[in-house]
Ligand binder design. Structure first.
Ligand code: CFN
Length: 541
């Protein structure tokens, strides 16, 4: 069901005038007649409003730095800051040829557990002692210190503690002044993390690039539910050398050698664009925005990457892998599509997924009637980027054999499953290419709602007015929407599912969505506040 200006106006009319004026700029109806529809983003949340946003510490430690697997990340602050962020993001990591299992610290949680006496007398001695213990017990390759709010308030000098610890132990100790209150959201924390890693870690390694390889990094991919591993599978099959996924399942050493790539792919632009841009300036490495969420978007992104290198062999191999994958996943996807077709979705996530998942939901035939971001900036809502061209001597490049060996048979099979001729496939392919990154607002239809920094009142009202078939958001608003009789999926950690990226991920996502849509449970739900027979004593029982 679509929504009108009048309905939006009515929803906003509950606010005091000043608040209404502010929120009006963050809540707009898509109208393609307006040449440049503008939304206000990345501004301070109105005090007292229950925002869905996180803090700078969440963006720095939780998002960018935390997934580096062979470092110990010490949270300097009261225990709650680390405990409530422990394992909840589901950024997966495992041992690999350069990182043995005893050096993978991702499942662990380290904190100085500041107490009242530390607040009064300072927590720096406790922090220094903890670094000594961590080095002695765990032998990490490097250590990070992430500060939470009280550290900035009492003025503990974590930078001096880090410097002294580096001298004592001979390993790098990075200090992040990412106190939660900095900036207007977790976006400030991304920036703090990016700057520090760029200045002190990236480019410090001594690995050398093999000039015969096409070497790429994926920036802004955090391996939630194993997404990064699925992308690794596809990109390696095509013949790329994947230098580093930043920072999902990444090691400290790989990040030190991030600079030896030919191209940086940027999956989550919001959290990592600073590094992409700084690497372009410092090392001349171009970057390309990609979207590996959904079959169509993945295909388009793969084609764009091949296009950057402009090598016929690579372009052909890309088509082979796409055809093989389509042959595998399309039949099952078609079955789920029958269930999902025509259903509506409301999606509200951090700073990049609301756009990325639009592509996957469209693949399933669903309409995204409301889309928004917690903390995106204007450029995440708008526009796209020009595809860079990389000068390379294609003849000398090494593209290893594909396993399992691709063949004409598989390629043909793909066309059979798609029920189309080779000509049709080629035509479709050319149409899909170069369409993956239009931007969130340009890809929406007239009458759909764009929502920035939503709060509980607006989410509840929009759910009531629009009654979407599915709500995709976070844990804070998931359960109230359940109680309103609408199934809700956690789009940050994918509840307990995933991967959702790439071809295999599309299939898992489609299955999860179809399950949510067909379960009869939601029709049986009566919200406690709608149950007239429920007495006060019942609810207290
Ligand atoms: S994994 Fe990413 S994709 S990094 Fe970012 S902007 Fe968060 S933790 Mo939650 S799911 Fe979300 Fe994005 Fe980039 Fe995740 S949409 S809010 S800070 N995010």
């Amino acid at each position: 069901m679509s929504i009108t200006e009048e309905q939006l106006e009515e929803m906003l009319s509950r606010y005091p005038d000043k608040v209404k004026k502010n929120r009006k700029k963050h809540l707009i109806l898509k109208n393609s007649a307006e040449a440049c529809q503008q939304i206000e983003a990345n501004t301070r949340t109105i005090p007292g409003i229950i925002s869905q946003r996180g803090c700078a510490y969440a963006g720095c430690k939780g998002v960018v730095v935390g997934p580096i697997k062979d470092m110990v990340h010490i949270v300097h602050g009261p225990v709650g800051c680390s405990y409530y962020a422990w394992g909840t993001r589901r950024n997966k990591a495992r041992a690999d040829d350069t990182t043995p299992p005893e050096k993978v610290f991702t499942p662990l949680c380290f904190t100085t557990d500041m107490q009242e006496s530390d607040i009064v007398f300072g927590g720096d001695k406790k922090l220094a002692k903890m670094i000594d213990q961590v080095v002695e017990i765990f032998h990490p390759r490097a250590v990070s210190i992430c500060a939470t709010c009280p550290v900035g308030l009492i003025g503990d000098d974590i930078n001096a503690v880090a410097k002294a610890a580096e001298e004592r132990h001979g390993i790098q100790v990075l200090s992040f002044n990412c106190e939660g209150y900095k900036g207007v959201s977790q976006s400030a924390g991304h920036h703090i993390a990016n700057n520090n890693l760029m200045e002190h870690v990236i480019g410090k390694g001594t690995a050398e690039k093999n000039p015969d390889d096409y070497v790429i990094n994926i920036l802004g991919e955090y391996n939630i539910g194993g997404d990064g591993w699925e992308l690794e599978r596809i990109l390696k099959d095509i013949g790329y050398t994947l230098n580093c996924i930043m920072t999902g399942d990444a090691s400290y050493e790989k990040i030190r050698n991030l600079h030896i790539a030919d191209l940086n792919l940027v999956q989550c632009h919001r959290s990592i664009n600073y590094i992409a841009e700084m690497m372009e300036t410092k090392y001349g490495i171009p970057w390309l925005k990609v979207n590996f969420i959904g079959v169509t978007a993945t295909m388009a992104s793969l084609r764009e990457i091949a296009q950057c290198f402009n090598d016929e062999k690579l372009i052909e191999r890309t088509e082979m892998v796409i055809a093989r994958e389509l042959a595998r996943v399309t039949p099952a996807l078609e079955q789920y599509r029958k269930i999902c077709q025509g259903k509506t979705a409301f999606i509200f996530v951090g700073g990049s997924r609301s756009h990325h998942y639009q592509a996957l939901l469209r693949d399933l035939g669903m309409d995204v009637v409301v889309a928004g971001y917690e903390f995106a900036h204007r450029d995440d809502y708008e526009g796209r980027q020009v595809i860079p061209t990389i000068k390379s001597d294609a003849d000398s490049k090494n593209i290893p054999e594909l396993h399992p060996t691709p063949d004409e048979e598989l390629y043909q099979e793909a066309h059979v499953h798609l029920k189309m001729s080779k000509e049709k496939y080629d035509e479709l392919s050319s149409r899909i290419a170069f369409n993956s990154y239009q931007g969130m607002i340009p890809e929406m239809k007239d009458g759909e709602v764009i929502l920035d920094d939503a709060n509980h009142h607006e989410v509840e009202e929009l759910i009531r007015m629009i009654k979407p078939d599915l709500f995709f958001s976070g844990v804070r608003d998931k359960y109230i929407v359940h109680k309103m009789g609408v199934p809700a999926k956690q789009m940050h950690s994918y509840d307990y599912s995933g991967p959702y990226a790439g071809f295999n991920g599309s299939l898992i996502f489609a299955e999860d969505v179809a399950n949510a849509l067909v379960t009869p449970a939601w029709k049986l739900v009566t919200a406690p506040w709608e149950d007239q027979n429920r007495s006060r004593s019942d609810s207290n029982a």
